[in-house]
Design a protein around this ligand. Structure first.
Ligand code: AMP
Length: 112
């Protein structure tokens, strides 16, 4: 399967790495929507939050722990930030590999 984020995780497509461990890779969004816009992806290919299984519980918990760490490192933990995961066409998901958008650095509006 040819997956953009799998290829980024493998280093076959360049990215601006923010964080990496054995389970998670995080990098700057190429089209940032705010001063801080980081994408966090599990290295394992999971299509979306809709295809998570109980076997992924620990991974998901870890993904949120990494998000908290990145929020601290990028200076938005205290001012606040948003974690978003888009699911499917109506959810606005353009890359079918589960990811969290970590967005902050300004007061965010709620739009759809
Ligand atoms: P979504 O629309 O929720 O699936 O989010 C996909 C995100 O990936 C978008 O915000 C894009 O700007 C971002 N994106 C697409 N290609 C790249 C890339 N090569 N490097 C970094 N971010 C990317």
């Amino acid at each position: 399967m040819d997956c953009l984020f799998c290829n980024i995780v493998k280093g076959e497509i360049p990215s601006a790495k923010v964080y990496e461990d054995e389970l998670v890779y995080a990098f700057k969004d190429i089209a940032p929507q705010a001063p801080v816009h980081v994408l966090l992806v599990p290295k394992k290919h999971i299509t979306s939050a809709q295809t998570l299984t109980p076997a992924d519980d620990a991974l998901l918990c870890h993904l949120f722990a990494v998000a908290r760490h990145i929020a601290e490192e990028t200076g938005v933990a205290d001012t606040g930030y948003r974690l978003i995961t888009n699911i499917g066409p109506d959810g606005g998901q353009s890359v079918p590999h589960l990811h969290l958008h970590l967005i902050g650095g300004k007061a965010l509006k709620w739009e759809n």
